[in-house]
Design a binder for this molecule. Structure first.
Ligand SMILES: [Zn+2]
Length: 77
């Protein structure tokens, strides 16, 4: 697709690192590597689709439930 941010670049499928950060109800940082996304070849903006985003949030909840504060994991859909 054409990049909606810079309006010049074309996005292409790639793998990116996504960091989820929150401070409530307690500190939680989860870094997901190897997340499928569309990346703009011009400005580098990353677009993660809704399905992937909700999966990231679901997996972050699992980390939160385990009481972990910081975790780095490979994304697995
Ligand atoms: Zn762009």
């Amino acid at each position: 697709m054409q990049c909606p941010i810079c309006k010049h670049g074309e996005t292409r499928p790639d793998r990116v690192t996504v960091t989820l950060d929150r401070t409530s109800p307690r500190n939680l940082t989860v870094v997901f590597r190897n997340v499928p996304a569309e990346v703009c070849g011009n400005c580098g903006e990353e677009y993660v689709d809704e399905k992937t985003t909700s999966e990231l949030l679901r997996q972050a909840e699992v980390v939160a439930d385990a009481g972990t504060e910081i975790e780095i994991r490979q994304f697995a859909a």
